[in-house]
Write a protein that binds this ligand. Structure first.
Ligand code: SAM
Length: 356
C-alpha cells in the first residue's frame, strides 16, 4: 500500500520503541572503532554479498527522471502524486540494505575478472569490457581542462555507489552520447565490483575510491562541473556530525542549476524500530550487527543540511508504505525520504531569456 498515513497511536508506539532501544548507548571506544574502520566493515559487507545480485531498482527513473532526461520512459502504470511526481506501485522493498540483509535478485551478468598487467612503465590494473585500461584516481594528473568526462555535456556523480546498482541502470537507460557517469565509494571492494562488471565502460564511466568524510580525499572533476549528484541510502551511513561538510563539498561540485537527488531512511522506519537495545550510537543513529551504521532522518533535518549548503528545495517528500509479508502474516511500515535540491544560478544570470 502506498503513502499510508500514520495514526497518532502508531506514531506514539514508534516513539516509545525508539526511546526504549536508544536507552543504552554503545560505549565511546567502540563507537570510535566503528568510525575509524568504517570502510573495512563495508568491505566485509561487499565481500559477503558481492554483486551476485541485482537489486530491484524499477523506481529509479520514475522517481528521478533527471537521470535519463532525454529518454522516453513510458510508464503506463504510473500514478500521479500530490507532489506532482509519478511513481509505479511498488510491491517489494526498495532493495536497500538493512541489518546486513538485502532484497536480492539473481544477477545474470557475467563478472569480468581481469588481473593486473603491465604496459610499459604504467601499471594498468584492469581492462574494461572493451579492452580499455581502467585507471585509478591516483594515476591521473588532474587539470581543470582535462579530466575524465571533460568533454561530456551531462555529468552525473553517484556517491556511495556500492556494487553499481544505480550506475549500471543509468548507463543502460540513458543513451545520451554526451553522458558521463562518475561513481565512488570508500569501500575498495565495492569499487572493484563496479570496475570488473562486464558493463563497465571507461569511455562513459569512471569509478573511484573516495571517502566522503575525508576533506583531503580528491574528486576527479573540478567544482561546478556536475549536473547531478546522487545519494541513495548513503548519507545515513555517515557520522551525523560529518554530514554538513559532506553536503557543502558536494554542493560545490554542482553547476548552477545542477541538483542533488537523495533517497534515504526516514524517522521510525521499520529498520529503526527493529533495532534492539545496545545498538544505538546517538539519537536516531545505530550500528547493525555487521558493524555498518545507519541514521534515520526527518524531512526538516535534510532540508537544513541542503539549504545550509546553499541549495534550494525542489522536492522533499516522505514516502510511507505498508509492506505485507503474506507468508509470515506480518505488516511492516517503511518510511523513506526523497529529496531534490538545486544549486541556484548567481543573481543576474540569464537563462533562456529569464533573469534569475
Ligand atoms: C546502504 S549502502 C548503499 C549503496 C548504494 N548506494 C545502493 O543503494 O545500493 C551505503 C554505501 O555507502 C558507502 N559509504 C559509507 N560511508 C561512506 C563514506 N564515508 N565515503 C564513501 N562511501 C561511503 C558504503 O560503502 C556503501 O556502499
Amino acid at each position: 500500500m502506498d503513502n499510508v498515513e500514520w495514526s497518532e497511536e502508531q506514531e506514539a508506539s514508534a516513539r516509545n520503541k525508539v526511546q526504549e532501544n536508544s536507552r543504552q548507548l554503545v560505549p565511546q571506544d567502540k563507537q570510535d572503532e566503528y568510525e575509524l574502520n568504517a570502510n573495512e566493515y563495508w568491505n566485509d559487507f561487499y565481500k559477503i554479498h558481492e554483486n551476485g545480485f541485482f537489486k530491484d531498482r524499477h523506481w529509479l527513473f520514475t522517481e528521478f527522471p533527471e537521470l535519463a532526461p532525454n529518454q522516453n520512459l513510458s510508464q503506463p502504470e504510473a500514478s500521479a502524486y500530490k507532489d506532482g511526481s509519478t511513481r509505479k506501485p511498488i510491491n517489494t522493498g526498495l532493495g536497500s540494505c538493512e541489518n546486513g540483509l538485502c532484497s536480492l535478485e539473481t544477477r545474470t551478468q557475467e563478472h569480468h575478472q581481469l588481473d593486473s598487467m603491465k604496459d610499459g612503465n604504467n601499471i594498468i590494473n584492469r581492462l574494461d569490457a572493451d579492452g580499455e585500461a581502467i585507471l585509478k584516481l591516483g594515476d591521473l594528473k588532474l587539470s581543470d581542462g582535462d579530466f575524465p568526462g571533460s568533454s561530456a555535456t551531462y555529468r552525473i556523480l553517484e556517491v556511495g555507489c556500492g556494487a553499481g546498482n544505480t550506475v549500471f541502470p543509468i548507463l543502460q537507460t540513458n543513451n545520451d552520447p554526451g553522458l558521463f557517469v562518475y561513481c565512488c565509494d570508500f569501500s575498495s571492494t565495492a569499487v572493484d565490483l563496479v570496475q570488473t562488471n562486464a558493463e563497465y565502460d571507461s569511455s562513459r564511466c569512471f569509478a573511484f575510491v573516495h571517502d566522503l568524510c575525508k576533506d583531503q580525499s580528491p574528486y576527479p572533476m573540478p567544482e561546478e562541473s556536475l549536473d547531478i549528484v546522487i545519494l541513495i541510502f548513503v548519507l545515513s551511513a555517515l557520522l551525523p556530525e560529518k554530514m554538513q561538510r559532506v553536503m557543502n563539498r558536494l554542493s560545490r561540485l554542482l553547476k548552477p542549476g545542477g541538483m542533488i537527488l537523495l533517497r534515504d531512511y526516514g524517522r521510525y522506519d521499520l529498520a529503526q524500530l527493529r533495532f534492539k537495545k545496545g545498538r544505538c550510537l546517538s539519537d536516531n543513529f545505530y550500528v547493525r550487527g555487521d558493524g555498518t551504521r545507519v541514521y534515520f532522518f526527518t524531512q526538516d533535518e535534510l532540508d537544513a543540511l541542503f539549504t545550509t549548503a546553499g541549495l534550494e528545495k525542489v522536492q522533499n517528500l516522505v514516502d510511507r508504505r505498508l509492506q505485507v509479508n503474506r507468508g509470515k502474516q506480518v505488516t511492516m511500515h517503511r518510511v523513506w525520504i526523497q529529496c531534490k535540491y538545486r544549486k541556484p544560478f548567481p543573481t543576474g544570470h540569464k537563462e533562456n531569456g529569464h533573469i534569475h
